[in-house]
Design a protein around this ligand. Structure first.
Ligand code: PDD
Length: 287
């Protein structure tokens, strides 16, 4: 596997970062995950816009303009195997003497990009759906920043794994649902798709946008608003989205079946629309 690190393309085994990198010491950096289908980078402009939002959120200058990112990413995709890949792009504030405050004058940021094969979700997951648990959303108030400081998300996801589940759905203030530890969550009730608003309490997912666009374009009733905890537990269906998981049905929540306990009609519809979109748009770069 070839990665990109600070201007160089290297085999991953040869890549290393100094121990005083602020990403290593403080988790002081941001990242992006971008899917690539048939070697075409999906919604690069949107991902770069979200990256800029994250960089602005941590007051770090963007080391590259869009044309430079496009060139770096294109080169990396070309150098790696697999027509479907997912890019991981990571920028930290760089290497400096350990001090919480930003280095002054600023130092050169560390830029790391890798691309891994992106397998389609296994058939068993599509057929059976996944099991999730719920937990209190104990993260900070800037979940819209795609921060590399992911310890809360790591601990929350591990709670799911320890319970034999796939994801943890987060509930803020014991009142409303925000998202998953590494995914966005939709609720379906009486044929309507409900999505939480893109505010400071969740990551504005690119897949979330695609699902809402598909709903709008295909006459599927949908509403963006706060989704209350009770609505999560009385949902007919629950859906999970992310760049690497696409759209999955959640068929069990906290050990109880969601609706019928099987992937439902809304999942079937949106999954089919997503697959068509992947074939006709994502693989042809016509989004
Ligand atoms: N995570 N919310 C959180 C907290 C996430 O970490 C992610 C994605 C999403 C979904 O966003 P998108 O549809 O743009 O992938 C929502 C990526 C996949 C990761 O950290 O690996």
């Amino acid at each position: 596997m070839t990665i990109y690190l600070n201007g160089q393309y290297l085999p991953i085994e040869e890549a290393s970062v100094p121990v005083l990198d602020r990403g290593f010491i403080f988790g002081d950096g941001v990242y992006e995950v971008i899917p690539v289908y048939s070697r075409r980078v999906f919604r690069l402009a949107e991902h770069l816009r979200r990256l800029q939002h994250s960089l602005d959120g941590i007051k770090l200058a963007n080391p590259h303009n869009d044309a430079e990112w496009t060139r770096i990413i294109g080169e990396l995709v070309a150098r790696n195997d697999g027509d479907d890949q997912y890019l991981y792009l990571h920028i930290t504030r760089g290497v400096a003497k350990r001090d919480h405050a930003f280095p002054n004058p600023p130092v050169t940021p560390t830029i790391f990009v890798m691309s891994s094969p992106l397998p389609a979700p296994p058939a068993a997951l599509l057929h059976n759906g996944i099991a999730c648990i719920t937990a209190a959303d104990n993260r900070w108030l800037r979940c819209d920043i795609k921060s590399i400081a992911l310890l809360p998300n790591v601990l929350l996801r591990q709670m799911a794994v320890d319970a034999g589940c796939a994801e943890t759905i987060l509930i803020r203030d014991n009142e409303f649902m925000t998202e998953g530890a590494a995914s966005n969550i939709f609720v379906v009730k009486d044929g309507k798709l409900l999505a939480p608003p893109k505010d400071n309490l969740m990551l504005p997912g690119i897949t979330y946008d695609v699902v809402l666009e598909l709903a709008a374009a295909n006459g599927i009733p949908h509403e963006v608003r706060r989704v209350m905890k009770e609505e999560l537990f009385t949902a007919d269906e629950l859906l999970l989205t992310s760049s690497t998981k696409e759209v999955l049905a959640i068929t069990q929540l906290d050990g109880k079946p969601v609706g019928s306990g099987k992937p439902g009609a809304m999942f079937a519809r949106l999954h089919a629309l997503y697959q068509d979109f992947k074939r006709d748009v994502m693989r042809k770069n016509q989004d």
